[in-house]
Design a protein. Structure first.
Length: 195
C-alpha cells in the first residue's frame, strides 16, 4: 500500500497525520478546527483516501497555524505515499458543481510545487473559519507534496459551497492522478525519467 505518516511538532502545533492513498474513504479527524475537519472528511471520502489527523494547535490565537501546518503534513504524507510516482496517471482535472458553486480543479503530480488559485469568497468567515485559510491549506500542501495545482471558481455565491466544492474537486483530482495506469505500471510518467 502507498502510505505516508508524518509527525510534526512546532511551537505552534503538534500534528500526527497518516494517509493511505489506496484506502476506502475513511477518516478519523481531530484537528481542533471544526470546519477543517469537515473539509478533510470530504477530501478523504471523495478521494478514497484513508486519513487520520490529530492536531493540538494554538487555536486560542486563531486557526491559521493549525490549518497551514496540517496542509504541510498532508503534503509531506502525500509525497511519501507517492514515492517515485511510478505508474501513476499523473494528470487529472475536474469541474465540480456544489449547488450554485462551480469549481475547476486540475492537478499534475509533477514533482514541482505550483499553486494557481482564483477563489472569491463573498464572506470573510464560514462560521468562525477564515475563508482565506482555504488557500493557505492548498499552498502548504502543494509546496510539501511537489505538485502543480490549479483551482478556479467558475461560479458561486455561498462561501461554504465554494470551499466544499474546492475540497471535493481536489479529492477527485488526487484520486485520478494518483491512480495506477495499468498500461504504464512501473513506469515514471515523464520523458525525463523522474518526477
Amino acid at each position: 500500500m502507498r502510505q505516508g505518516e508524518i509527525a510534526r511538532r512546532t511551537g505552534e502545533t503538534d500534528i500526527v497525520l497518516k494517509l493511505n492513498l489506496d484506502g476506502s474513504g475513511r477518516s478519523r479527524l481531530d484537528t481542533g478546527v471544526g470546519f477543517l475537519d469537515h473539509m478533510l472528511t470530504l477530501l478523504a471520502k471523495h478521494g478514497r483516501l484513508d486519513l487520520d489527523v490529530t492536531c493540538r494547535g494554538d487555536t486560542q490565537v486563531d486557526d491559521h497555524h493549525s490549518v497551514e501546518d496540517i496542509g504541510i503534513a498532508f503534503g509531506a504524507a502525500l509525497r511519501a505515499a507517492l514515492g517515485e510516482r511510478r505508474g501513476v496517471c499523473r494528470y487529472a482535472h475536474a469541474v465540480l458543481p456544489m449547488d450554485e458553486a462551480l469549481i475547476l480543479c486540475a492537478v499534475d503530480l509533477s514533482g514541482r510545487a505550483m499553486l494557481c488559485c482564483d477563489l472569491s469568497f463573498p464572506t470573510e468567515k464560514i462560521g468562525t473559519f477564515d475563508t482565506q485559510l482555504v488557500e493557505e491549506f492548498l499552498l502548504a500542501m502543494v509546496r510539501e507534496a511537489g505538485i502543480t495545482l490549479h483551482v478556479r471558481q467558475l461560479a458561486g455565491v455561498n462561501s461554504h459551497h465554494i470551499a466544499e466544492g474546492v475540497f471535493k474537486a481536489l479529492a477527485r483530482c488526487l484520486r485520478q492522478a494518483a491512480a495506477i495506469d495499468p498500461a504504464a505500471a512501473g513506469e515514471i510518467p515523464s520523458t525525463k525519467g523522474v518526477l
